[in-house]
Ligand binder design. Structure first.
Ligand code: NCD
Length: 307
């Protein structure tokens, strides 16, 4: 049995296979509409979510399966003090696979140790978010045609933004990928990403505070929200939240084929006037997320070869 807890749980070859499967699902959805008949996914969300939870549920429904779960810790037995280990033992009796989001880093890993069904990490604290990363990779691969030879700007809250950590870890495995890390000094990427991932793999990167100067160099601009819920100090959040706002004037400085990605939800960091720019890919990214999660469910249930 396999889990998806960290983006590196899939090798580069397995990742390519999964993205190929997701692209085939995009082209031939009808072929997959009954593959998970009789199967259930449990979505165990101890933290708020719109896209991730609904896209897992949509993915399972598109595959002919069904869904159960909860969408807040308050509405689950966690509010009575039940541990994640006990909850997963019980959920293993009800469902064939589960997606878990939790405010504590490592909670899905703890769950996986006691689970009899595949556990998918749907975001653990400020740590990792592998299914968003696979979504980001499918978006880049589909719209750019490649995952190598890219200069990627990551902008905003690089400290607490788990999608950023997972994306860097995954993309360093491809040839000639460079990063420009755009953040205020307080929200730099954590040192484990800088030292153990970027420096350990000799990946070219620079850390900058100015977005405008970097825009002309970028193939991809990955915007992120300042993660209010991870701040200890409200005043600090308010001071930092509007550091970067991508607007039409800044888009004029960028390459004609630069893509703008964002895992969403957006707050102020992308002005709505950018939405109509053909380079804005963040709503298309949401659609790719459903295909990718369908491919993840099929792969972890061992049904990817059944089609
Ligand atoms: C992201 C997350 O939850 O980390 N959202 C998502 O899953 N699409 C990004 C965010 O909340 O800012």
């Amino acid at each position: 049995m396999r889990h998806l807890l960290n983006p590196l749980d899939f090798s580069v070859e397995e990742t390519e296979r999964l993205l190929d499967l997701a692209s085939d699902i995009e082209k031939n959805p009808g072929k997959y509409s009954e593959v998970c008949k009789g199967k259930k996914i449990a979505t165990l969300f101890y933290e708020p979510s719109t896209r991730t939870r609904l896209s897992f549920e949509a993915a399972m429904l598109n595959l002919g399966g069904s869904v159960l779960g909860f969408s807040s810790a308050a509405s689950s037995s966690a509010s009575k003090g039940e541990s994640v280990s006990d909850t997963i033992r019980m959920v293993s009796c009800y469902a064939n696979i589960c997606a878990m989001r939790h405010p504590k880093e490592g909670a899905p890993t703890v769950a996986s140790l006691k689970s009899r069904i595949p556990v998918v990490n749907a975001g653990d604290g400020g740590h990792q978010h592998p299914t968003q990363t696979l979504t980001d990779m499918m978006t880049i691969r589909s719209l750019k045609g490649r995952l190598n030879n890219l200069t990627i700007g990551l902008c905003g809250d690089l400290k607490f933004g788990r999608t950023v950590h997972s994306l860097i870890e995954s993309l360093v495995r491809y040839e000639n990928v460079k990063f420009i890390l755009i953040s205020p000094p307080e929200l730099r990427v954590p040192s484990y990403i800088r030292e153990d991932v970027l420096e350990a793999n000799n990946i070219p990167y620079k850390e900058v505070t100015c977005m405008e100067d970097s825009l002309p160099e970028l193939d991809i601009l990955y915007m992120t929200r300042v993660q209010q819920e991870r701040f200890f100090n409200e005043a600090e959040y308010l001071r930092l939240r509007d550091t970067y706002i991508l607007d039409k004037a800044k888009m004029d400085l960028a390459n004609k084929d630069m893509l703008v990605l964002h895992p969403l939800p957006r707050v102020n960091e992308i002005s709505v006037e950018v939405d109509d720019d053909p380079r804005a890919a963040y709503f298309r990214q949401v659609q790719y997320g459903v295909y990718v999660r369908m491919a993840i469910i099929l792969t972890l249930l061992g049904l990817d070869k059944a089609v």
